[in-house]
Design a protein around this ligand. Structure first.
Ligand SMILES: Nc1ncnc2c1ncn2[C@@H]1O[C@H](COP(=O)(O)OP(=O)(O)O)[C@@H](O)[C@H]1O
Ligand SMILES: [Mg+2]
Length: 281
């Protein structure tokens, strides 16, 4: 989707669970919202983790209705930030869609966006959080995205998921290639960001060191978010955003928090720059 005034769409997706997709979606959404952009987050994970971090447990007007029909509500969750919550039954939707022989199965979200153009155009960004899979719902998100953000942790299953993500995105591009017009319908690029890179004392842990090395060799990585307990807490029970916490003078008395703030901003700016590059190409 490159028409004027449509939001920039990014999808956090990697076929491995627990690698930081949801925290990334939230922290990047907050980052853009604080810059004054209007950000709509869409929870496409039937586990509803993103929705639950905002204590939203709704089963009406959820993202399930994009595929089933019916209203979808973007609930205001922070300044400039809205969330369309997910529904547990989104899990069964790929099987339903297949059983019904639905046409254009990867462009249902795109169709829905066009049908809700006016509502969608009030956003500058749409950030979609996904379940760790490469199935129809995730592919619908990738089909309209400028970038697939693969969030990678220093754990084996996370690193191993990178080639799987790459293969699934290639397959989606092949399956949706418009042969009549010789034109790609899906232009999404895989962008990677590390998270939870950890030091013990002055040294990186073994797995973190390996991931840092991989990041040097793979240009798709824009940077990384270091491990920080404060960050993990802000993503779960703590309702004060990490950015607000990192403005608190008491918090900033701890030098390691100052360093983390700098590193987090650095990673966010690197992501901004990469997305901008992709949009100009
Ligand atoms: N930089 C970080 N520092 C500390 N904890 C982190 C960091 N990045 C991610 N986490 C934590 O890792 C866990 C995994 O995230 P999760 O939401 O389960 O990932 P996913 O959405 O990919 O399934 C969460 O508890 C999250 O807060
Ligand atoms: Mg998640």
């Amino acid at each position: 989707m490159e028409e004027q005034n449509f939001p920039t769409v990014l999808t956090a997706a990697l076929p491995a669970g627990g690698t930081g997709k949801t925290p990334f979606t939230k922290v990047y959404g907050q980052w853009k919202a604080r810059q004054g952009y209007k950000v709509g987050m869409m929870d496409f994970d039937h586990q509803c983790s993103l929705s639950e971090t905002y204590d939203i447990f709704k089963t009406e007007k959820t993202t399930l209705n994009i595929f089933k029909g019916g209203d979808v509500e973007f609930i205001p969750v922070e300044d400039n930030l809205w969330l369309a919550p997910s529904h547990p039954n989104l899990q069964y939707e790929p099987a339903h869609l297949r059983a019904e022989g639905t046409q254009n199965i990867y462009f249902l979200l795109e169709d829905w966006i066009y049908e809700h153009e006016e509502e969608i155009k009030r956003f500058d960004y749409l950030l979609i959080d996904t379940h760790p899979d490469t199935d129809i719902i995730t592919k619908n998100a990738l089909a309209i995205s400028t970038a697939q953000i693969g969030v990678v942790m220093p754990i084996e299953k996370s690193v191993n998921a990178i080639p799987k993500a790459e293969a699934a995105l290639e397959k989606l591009k092949e399956d949706t290639y418009d042969k009549r017009h010789h034109e790609a319908r899906v232009t999404c690029e895989l962008v990677l960001i590390g998270t939870n890179i950890e030091k013990v004392g002055k040294n990186y842990t073994k797995l973190s060191k390996q991931l840092l090395q991989l990041m040097k060799e793979d240009e798709r990585f824009v940077g990384y978010i270091p491990h920080k307990e404060l960050f993990a807490q802000s993503m779960s029970d703590e309702k004060v955003s990490i950015w607000t916490q990192l403005e608190d003078e008491k918090v900033l008395k701890d030098k390691s928090n100052v360093a983390f703030k700098k590193a987090l901003e650095h990673a966010m700016i690197a992501m901004d720059n990469r997305i901008e590059e992709l949009q100009w190409h």
